[in-house]
Design a protein around this ligand. Structure first.
Ligand code: GUN
Ligand code: ZN
Length: 442
């Protein structure tokens, strides 16, 4: 299953055809009334790992070669694979660890668990489990944190490449305020990062992210070098955490008393840019939001994590008002589920708690095309335009007795999707395909 298999026409250029209801987005439903394509009786055609066409069965069947085999998924929904813009693979084994807040949770659970990745065999094993778990939940692309160990990135990308997935990760940079066993130095962190960029960025479907954990765990020297590296490699991602928790914000204020805000610390080091992804970003103000919109810096909203750790309720209304690029993310192990359906469920409730409202169509847009756009990957993934990469899932609206009963009683697509978001999880994913090949089947 290497990336190069896909370019072997004799093996893979064969047409694959799938019949089911077909859904994909073409625009943001929050901004456009005509934002999606829905074919109740639809077909998806793929070849050589790419989408050839998506549309109505009645229209497309006439274009098929005679005797073409059709995989019959009628009763299910085919849609683009989910995208998760912020998640930590080395935290898989401590997901759901109790703590009164972010900082003690990092100290007591995250750091000891990330230490285990000092063993490359463990890193490989947990990366393999993590990727299989994403696929079970219908997530085909993710923006992932590795650990401070350079080999944790190799372990992850090797497993991702073996499954031919489009994935992003990076070595965590952390040279202060952390245990010795997880500490790099300003110079070694940047040197390792540059080696990993050259080795992995754009190799097959793999993409690199420069990954300073967050401002408190990098010295000024490391932040400065990370910002310079980001300027040197403008097509490489940058990911970090921002204003997740009020204790964290106070800590940053004490470390950088001269900065206007937490975001301003990142800005001073040149880290506001397209292809940057800021996890959480709860405790920010309108000036921060304006700067993020102006610099095309995106936010990864992490509702299951923010509720679990008691971090706060993300303000969708202010973010929308100032046009900040938004995405939806699990943040496992702070998040409590790998499922983007469960992530939508809690995003919806967070919006309600703040007096706003997220329609199901918008949440499914976010988890597919919206997240692809936030990562500037919309030319490759997140929808079904011809020539895009054939990463897709088969969602079963009757996956459980309760789902079957509930979805039989919906009166619109929005209601059907809403029931899937409230009641669905990994059980709703019947199959997952990456680059046109089935990589998971329930
Ligand atoms: N802030 C710094 N590191 C982390 C992390 O690993 N998880 C979360 N949720 N917040 C962080
Ligand atoms: Zn995180």
């Amino acid at each position: 299953m290497s990336a190069s298999d896909n370019s072997t026409p004799s093996n893979n250029a064969e047409l694959q055809v799938y019949r089911a209801s077909v859904l994909y987005f073409t625009a943001d439903p929050a901004q456009h009334s005509n934002a999606y394509a829905w074919h109740e009786d639809g077909l998806l055609l793929t070849s050589a790992g790419q989408v050839v066409a998506a549309g109505d069965y009645q229209q497309l069947k006439a274009t098929l070669p005679e005797g073409q085999e059709i995989q019959d998924y009628r009763g299910n929904i085919i849609m683009p694979g989910f995208i998760d813009t912020h998640v930590h693979y080395p935290q898989t084994d401590m997901l759901g660890s109790p703590s009164p807040g972010l900082l003690p949770w990092l100290e007591n659970y995250v750091f000891p668990t990330e230490r285990r990745c000092s063993d490359p065999a463990y890193a490989t094993e947990v990366a393999s489990f993590f990727l299989d778990e994403l696929l079970r939940c219908g997530t085909t692309t993710a923006m992932v944190y590795s650990t401070v160990h350079a080999h944790s990135v190799d372990a992850f990308f090797n497993e991702s490449e073996a499954r031919n997935l489009r994935m992003v990760t990076g070595k965590v940079l952390m040279d202060r305020n952390c245990p010795d066993f997880l500490r790099d130095t300003a110079e070694s962190g940047i040197r390792d990062t540059e080696i990993l960029i050259k080795k992995w960025h754009k190799r097959g479907r793999q993409l690199y992210a420069i990954t300073p954990r967050f401002a408190p765990t990098s010295t000024d020297a490391q932040m400065q070098l990370a910002g310079e590296l980001a300027a040197q490699y403008p097509d490489v991602y940058l990911q970090t955490h921002l204003a997740e928790n009020t204790d964290e914000v106070a800590w940053v204020k004490s470390l950088y008393p001269e900065a206007r805000s937490y975001l301003d610390v990142y800005e001073k080091f040149g880290m506001l840019r397209p292809l940057s992804m800021y996890g959480h970003s709860i405790w920010i103000d309108d000036e921060d939001r304006r700067r993020m919109a102006e610099t095309k810096s995106a936010i990864a909203v992490c509702p299951t994590s923010n509720l679990f750790l008691g971090s706060g309720l993300f303000d969708f209304e202010r973010a929308d008002a100032l046009n900040v690029p938004l995405s939806l993310a699990s943040d496992v192990g702070g998040g409590t589920s790998f499922s983007m359906l469960q992530t939508m469920n809690e995003a919806y409730k967070v919006a309600r708690m703040r007096g706003t409202y997220l329609p199901a169509l918008r949440m499914f847009y976010m988890a597919t095309l919206g997240n692809a756009r936030s990562m500037q990957l919309e030319k490759k993934i997140g929808h079904f335009a011809p020539g895009t990469e054939a990463d897709f899932i088969i969602l079963d609206p009757k996956a459980t007795p309760l789902l079957a009963r509930r979805t039989a009683n919906t009166n619109s697509l929005d209601e059907l999707l809403f029931a899937l978001a409230m009641l669905g999880d990994d059980r709703s994913v019947k199959a997952t395909y990456a680059a046109g090949k089935r990589v998971y089947q329930r």
